[in-house]
Design a protein around this ligand. Structure first.
Ligand code: ME8
Length: 521
């Protein structure tokens, strides 16, 4: 039986259409999921939408729609977006799904019966846009630490989760599992900013928010945000349903991929809830950085005055899903923030996709057509090319190593090192010169075969990152999906006797012209 791998994205707020910042999280998840499949794992990848709470309710009102209609419209747009970006998920969960609602009620009851939930009065400082209560000490300059907006004192009867009982257990968890929360810098942040100052019990219901799941035994309360939202990782697998087969197969999650703004909820509240339910904990939580625009987090609610074109619904049809995926995966150092720039996006398209990868493929295929009528030549193993082979195999191993730690940007740069090395090999061996010398035909055959193998190995490793163009290249080489990582262990692996011509993968862009046209959209 294959080893399982369960990966989740956060469930997105459908308060407005998703941004390229949200796409960043799902592109990372999709890349990791595809890489694990390439490794031969049985992968389950879940994404979805977080549909309850005041924010969504208000957004629908503002849009002049019923809440349901507003949600359905955004969900439809979101699913189209994932299709457009080649996000190949296994399940799309909506927190308004009937089975999720049933299971969340049961989870709440179970926490209550286990003695982890009690009734009291909540007094706090509430940030409406973030739907979060804050303590005085958490505020930054008297404002919400997440979004910087005004907070207001608010009081209400509510149920509380005994989070304060979990400080020592959480400290022990981090100590015994140094890779539980990554990058490791985030561990210090959690410990110093939240656990050491003392965890307070968490308010988990509202009477003021009507758009939520009612508490089973006290229906004037609705279950507030985090128990509802975080539980999706369990309920999406069928936890506490009539059929728990999928849950038993895939839980615990191998990784919850989240942006740094929601690490606190995943690294503190979530493990505490799971411990209270007596369930195993996820193996890893990864908090990635933000895509910035003008120095701020690019977000649904902030309208930044900018000339940048950030809408994937415009970028993908114009430049391809692979181009958008490439820019986001490569340009943002994994775990850190990175500024979004349309100009950098277009320049990277030209320098990396067109000049490096695209050019290698088109030069090689056109030489193969000219010299060998697209037949795959046999290589002489004469030792002259050992350096190339060693370098390619080393880069290939590095890709696997970086992907173990989910470092997608470094892994992708190693894949492109393979293409750079193959391009340099063309410059060094000059097949166009060899072709003119009748005595050098065997050497020409060897050089061309080696280039094809570099392309095969590189394109296989590229598949999780840029699934569309790598599939085109691999199919042209006679490789059929599902592709496998194992096939990159040997330098000589092409089975097909001939290859098929390919159209240009990434046509060169006139950056000035594109910028001008985009600015008019
Ligand atoms: O937080 N750069 O939903 P959400 C990088 N519903 N990532 C970004 C980003 C940016 N500019 N903007 C948003 C929620 N994201 C909750 C999650 S999970 C049980 C509940 C990322 O729609 C953000 O960091 O506000 C988060 O990981 C994801 O998009 C969802 O954000």
């Amino acid at each position: 039986m294959k080893e399982k791998f369960y990966i989740t994205s956060p469930i997105y707020y459908p308060s407005a259409k998703l941004t390229i910042g949200n796409c960043y999280t799902n592109i990372i998840c999709d890349t990791i999921a595809r890489f694990k499949k390439l490794e031969g794992k049985d992968v389950f990848y879940m994404t979805g939408t977080d549909e309850h709470g005041q924010k969504v309710f208000e957004a629908a009102k503002k849009a002049g729609k019923t809440t349901k209609q507003h949600l359905d419209d955004i969900v439809e747009d979101t699913k189209k977006l994932w299709e457009m970006l080649d996000i190949d998920y296994d399940k799309f969960i909506r927190t308004t799904d009937k089975d999720h609602i049933q299971a969340v009620k049961k989870i709440f009851n179970k926490l209550y019966e286990n003695g982890y939930i009690y009734k009291s009065t909540y007094k706090g400082l509430y940030c409406l846009p973030c739907e979060a209560f804050w303590t005085e000490s958490q505020l930054v300059d008297g404002k919400c630490p997440d979004c910087g907006r005004e907070v207001k004192p608010q009081e209400e009867e509510a149920y509380f989760f005994k989070l304060s009982e979990f400080s020592d257990k959480l400290l022990k968890l981090y100590k015994e599992n140094p890779k539980f929360l990554m990058p490791v810098s985030r561990v210090n942040e959690m410990v110093n900013n939240f656990i050491k100052p003392g965890l307070e019990d968490l308010c988990v219901t509202r009477t003021s928010v009507k758009w939520g799941i009612p508490v089973d035994f006290d229906s004037k309360h609705t279950i507030y945000v985090w128990i509802d939202a975080l539980s999706n990782y369990l309920t999406g697998l069928g936890y506490l349903s009539e059929d728990e087969k999928t849950f038993n197969r895939y839980w615990p999650a191998d990784v919850h991929m989240v942006g740094k703004d929601i690490v606190r909820f995943h690294a503190i509240i979530w493990p505490a809830i799971l411990m209270a339910l007596g369930l195993p904990l996820p193996k890893r939580i990864f908090g990635h950085g933000w895509l910035l625009l003008g120095g701020d987090k690019l977000s649904k609610s902030k309208k930044t005055d900018t000339v940048e074109c950030t809408d994937p619904r415009i970028l993908v049809p114009r430049y391809s899903a692979d181009a958008v995926r490439y820019y986001l995966l490569r340009e943002i150092p994994f775990g850190s923030d990175g500024a979004y720039s349309t100009e950098a996006f277009l320049n990277k398209f030209n320098s990396d996709l067109c000049n490096n990868f695209g050019n290698l493929v088109s030069r090689t295929f056109s030489m193969l057509k000219k010299y060998f009528n697209l037949e795959v030549p046999v290589a002489q193993q004469d030792g002259e090319d050992d350096l190339l082979k060693t370098e390619v195999m080393e880069e290939s191993k590095k890709v696997v190593k970086y992907m173990q730690d989910f470092d997608v940007s470094k892994a992708l740069s190693c894949v492109f090192n393979i293409f750079s090395k193959a391009n340099a090999y063309i410059e060094k061996t000059e097949p166009f010169r060899l072709a003119k010398d009748p005595e050098k035909q065997k050497r020409l055959a060897t050089v061309m075969r080696n280039l094809l193998e570099c392309i095969r190995i590189g394109a296989t490793l590229l598949y999780p990152f840029l699934p569309c163009s790598s599939t085109k290249v691999l199919n042209a080489l006679g490789e059929k999906a599902p592709f496998s990582l194992e096939s990159t262990n040997e330098f000589y692996g092409i089975k097909s006797e001939s290859v098929v011509s390919l159209p240009i993968l990434f046509p060169r862009l006139d950056v000035e012209k594109e910028l001008e046209e985009l600015s008019k959209i």
